[in-house]
Design a protein around this ligand. Structure first.
Ligand code: ADP
Ligand code: ZN
Length: 665
């Protein structure tokens, strides 16, 4: 009997593996990426084999109890990616490996051979369009990488309608011809149904689709189709980057700048970076596509680390819509104070609706009034658990906390001083809807935000009605910012373009620029042309003025200089360490102790803070942050691991580490 040994990673949040012996009596032979049942302490649990060894590293390692899988559930390259992920994102082996599996496979809940019924989708076939010159030259370069098994990251910069998706499709065809597989990541499937449609219509059953609302059984069945190589193309959100391909051939990330590619909970990975890592291991190309590339990616492209390819024109040569900035400092209504819809936008809407055209109005907050305070003493109505201003929802007649969903009665008088001058300020979707109804009583208006969309299918229903022109105007949140392509939309209004600029976040400018660009792209898709009104209190801000001119390069130049001056990404990597506790002094005390320990170690990076999080309290927990700025993430994370490993937290304190955080909250 030949004894062999395996290193096993458990699902526990610890940064090490454990050695076990293989006796040969297991159901299946030991292989990297298979699940094994082990005894750990006095518990039985499922772990993952991440290494095979010939020699014992300790005296008499315990035997594994059994091996669960006939074939590995996690591919070789993904095991390597998991190892990189845990080191880069301050996570554990187990957390990273489990992020790669469908829910039903985790911790051995289902065997990899169980059968689940699949249903067929109706398919209407389409074929390749003849690429224009710009598309052809990109395709040639990508094809060369595919053919010669060469890793390269392409940053495909092109406005909406410039033909990016057609490039993805044809690159994918090349990949298929080579017998390889590929993934197309999209920010959110429900917001990009057209993209999915185009892949299915081109490649039929070869496409596996994932989305966030999918039943576990359906998710598992798609996962199995990929694993067994019955589906070679995957379209899905960030977790689709972990598709268990037999042989990856390409990784495409559409709208690569989207924050939804970053996972908010541990493992806090960024799907774009994981894709690049996987592609590097496989020696295959990556295409990052965007009309507004992230500063990080564009900077790398400028430095030559990525190959920058630009599509400079829309396929149909349609011009981008004219963007008008409306200075809201001028637009006061003398009777009622501020208005949300400026007279200029109001007039344009009246005119175009009369001409039987359509409009989209975008406002980034739901509810009616977003800020309620007492005019006498200044007291702000806030959620007690979250230290966040309550938002008044008129339809529901309630104050709602947008962090924890807590509800309260709208006050008759100020709870602090008893005065009855409580004023409702700020604008949400409900208020815009009300104002527009008053302004255009004959127009058919719908609201689209998560309040009206909670019913399954209501999203698609409204869009269908809009398409059939049973609705004239949609008022909505970012739900309406993406992907919508309706030829009769001639007016787009951005109600509060600077809402994000007030946030204490170094990406505020980038977010604002992206949002205006994206929303503006919804106007003038048809032959009727279109215009965009961008309402703002700071029209001179560069993020707004460059967006109005459709000038990404101008924006990039200003923004990159600001980042350089402030020492923010892409010039450093950030690591955000957050302590939270129900007792504020404990969160504060621990974060200060951590900062002191980190400052003693120069290899940890530059330590900034600690300071209270911009969201000082969420769901009853007080939060403090300390930031690390570093040029060597792996070294900093390693150092942080040692410091935190030896750190004795005060009771009731939690510590979270977010590498490359999306916000500083
Ligand atoms: P993007 O992904 O940049 O928004 P698309 O690939 O969706 O651009 O292209 C925009 C429109 O132009 C689509 O309707 C697409 O079918 C069409 N299109 C793309 N490439 C070509 C081409 N080479 N010839 C003709 N039509 C094209
Ligand atoms: Zn709350």
């Amino acid at each position: 009997m030949t004894l062999k040994y395996v290193e096993i990673a458990t699902g526990l949040p610890i940064d090490r593996t454990f050695q076990y012996a293989v006796t040969g009596n297991e159901a299946y032979p030991a292989e990297i990426g298979k699940r094994a049942i082990i005894e750990f302490g006095h518990r039985r649990m499922v772990g993952y084999i991440v290494r095979l060894e010939d020699e014992p590293v300790c005296k008499d390692p315990k035997p594994v109890i059994d091996i669960l899988d006939e074939t590995p559930v996690i591919t070789r390259d993904l095991v390597q990616v998991a190892e990189w992920m845990k080191d880069h994102y301050f996570s554990s082996w187990g957390e990273c490996l489990e992020a790669m599996l469908p829910g039903v496979m985790k911790r051995g809940k289902m065997s990899s051979t169980s059968r689940i019924e699949e249903k067929q989708r109706p398919v209407e076939a389409t074929t390749n369009l003849r690429p224009n010159q710009e598309q052809q030259s990109v395709l040639d370069e990508v094809a060369q990488c595919i053919d010669s098994n060469k890793h390269k990251v392409f940053l495909l910069h092109g406005i909406t309608g410039s033909g990016k998706t057609e490039i993805y499709l044809q690159a994918m065809e090349r990949v298929l011809a080579k017998g390889l597989s590929g993934v197309v990541l999209v920010p959110e499937i429900s917001l990009t149904p057209q993209t999915v449609e185009r892949f299915v219509s081109r490649f039929g059953d070869n496409v596996a689709v994932f989305h966030s609302k999918m039943l576990e059984s359906a998710r598992f069945s798609e996962w199995k189709r990929i694993k067994e190589d019955r589906a070679k193309i995957v379209v899905g959100p960030r977790s689709a980057v972990f598709s268990p391909f037999r042989k990856p051939g390409i990784f495409v990330i559409d709208e690569e700048h989207e924050p939804s590619y970053k996972q908010e909970d541990s493992p806090r990975y960024h799907a774009r970076e994981v894709a690049i890592k996987r592609a590097e291991l496989a020696g295959v190309p990556v295409i990052l596509g965007s009309a507004t590339p992230s500063l990080e990616s564009y900077h790398k492209a400028v430095k030559g680390e990525y190959r920058l390819v630009e599509l400079t024109q829309r396929i149909d040569e349609k011009k981008l819509p004219k963007v008008r900035l409306v200075d809201m400092r001028m637009d006061f209504d003398t009777r009622t104070g501020k208005v949300s819809v400026s007279p200029a936008l109001g007039e344009a809407l009246k005119r175009d609706i009369k001409k039987k055209q359509q409009a989209l109005l975008f406002i980034n907050r739901r509810g009616f009034s977003t800020f309620i305070n007492c005019r006498k003493c200044g007291h702000v109505m806030k959620c007690v658990k979250c230290d966040s201003p309550f938002v008044f929802h008129k339809e529901e007649q309630a104050l709602v906390c947008h962090y924890c969903n807590k509800r309260a009665e709208p006050p008759k008088m100020c709870p602090a001083c008893g005065d009855d001058y409580v004023v409702y300020k700020g604008t949400g979707t409900e208020k815009v809807e009300t104002e527009i109804k008053r302004l255009l009583p004959e127009a058919r208006i719908a609201r689209m935000d998560s309040d009206t969309m909670s019913k399954r299918g209501s999203h698609g229903e409204i869009l269908q009605k809009f398409k059939d022109h049973e609705i004239d105007i949609i008022v909505g949140t970012q739900m309406i910012a993406k992907g919508l392509d309706f030829p009769k939309v001639t007016q787009v209004g951005v109600i509060a373009a600077d809402a994000n600029l007030n946030l204490p976040d170094f990406r505020a400018g980038e977010r604002t620029f992206n949002l205006i660009t994206q929303v503006a792209g919804r106007a003038g898709r048809g032959d009727l042309g279109g215009e965009v009104f961008v309402q703002t209190f700071i029209p001179e801000h560069y993020a707004i003025s460059f967006a109005a001119k459709h000038d990404y390069h101008g924006f990039y130049k200003s923004e990159i200089e600001a980042r350089r001056d402030l020492g923010f990404p892409p010039f450093v990597n950030l690591i955000k360490i957050t302590t939270r506790s129900r007792k504020e002094e404990n969160a504060m005390k621990d974060v200060e102790r951590l900062a002191v320990l980190l400052r003693e170690k120069p290899e940890s990076g530059e330590i900034v803070g600690p300071a209270p999080s911009p969201m000082t309290k969420i769901r009853g927990y007080f939060r403090w942050n300390v930031l690390v700025k570093t040029k060597d993430v792996l070294a900093s994370v390693g150092c942080l691991r040692r410091v935190l490993g030896a750190f004795r937290k005060t009771g009731g304190v939690f510590v979270a580490v977010d590498v490359d955080p999306m916000s500083l909250n």
